[in-house]
Design a binder for this molecule. Structure first.
Ligand code: SAM
Length: 211
């Protein structure tokens, strides 16, 4: 199993993902609001794991430039259709990973990753790439499912779902482990928030600054 198989899993899921409703709309609006408050009009923003571009289309008009990326070209094709229907100056979509982007010269004032970090295969390596992608002092803003803090049943069901191709590659970690990895990659954690509008929140919203 590899990033190529991850891309094809998400390609196969893209049409269904595009049609599924946001599970916690109030929590999502809170995340958008907090993110918007951290961005400045002259920021160059990179979003990783952007899916079908819902967040990019909501935030891009408020910054200088916004590059929204995803491993899945299927997801990006749907995002492009939405952008064509509602064009926004400065917004671009591209199929790419953090590792590929880090080998290019472009640097960003903010990197965003929502519902994404638990899906990468080499989390410390991806966090180092994100550090490389940011200008000094740049912000890394993320919200991530911490499966180690979730119900045991979910954790037990995952390997079975993966075995029959119904779930993607997922890393299991707890929120303190994630924060430790972000710090170890060269970030100062500025704040951690909970945005779930109901139930226990196992998806911390973490704001970090590149040292
Ligand atoms: C759960 S969806 C989240 C999409 C969007 N950020 C949101 O919050 O709705 C996860 C996305 O991450 C993408 N993804 C998975 N692994 C990735 C990787 N290694 N690099 C970039 N994107 C990845 C998938 O293709 C998918 O679009």
């Amino acid at each position: 199993m590899s990033t190529a198989s991850d891309a094809s899993f998400w390609d196969r899921s893209s049409q269904k993902y595009a049609k599924s409703p946001i599970s916690d709309q109030a929590g999502y609006e809170c995340t958008l609001e907090r993110t918007r408050a951290l961005l400045k009009p002259d920021d160059r923003v990179l979003e990783l794991g952007c899916g079908t571009g819902t967040t990019a289309l909501r935030l891009a008009s408020e910054v200088e430039s916004y590059l929204a990326t995803d491993i899945s070209s299927g997801m990006i094709a749907i995002a492009e259709e939405k952008r064509t229907a509602s064009p926004i100056a400065g917004l671009a979509f591209r199929a790419a990973t953090a590792e590929a982007l880090a080998s290019e010269p472009a640097r960003f004032d903010a990197v965003l990753g929502f519902n994404y970090l638990h899906l990468v295969r080499d989390l410390p390596g991806t966090l180092r790439s994100i550090h490389t992608l940011l200008a000094p002092g740049g912000l890394f803003i993320s919200k991530t499912a911490c499966l180690g803090d979730m119900n045991l049943l979910i954790r037990l069901a995952l390997p079975l779902a993966r075995a029959i191709g119904k779930a993607p590659y997922v890393s299991v970690f707890r929120a303190p482990d994630l924060k430790q990895l972000i710090s170890a990659a060269g970030f100062e954690i500025l704040n951690t928030e909970s945005h779930a509008s109901r139930g226990k929140d196992s998806r911390p919203f973490i704001m970090a600054r590149r040292n």
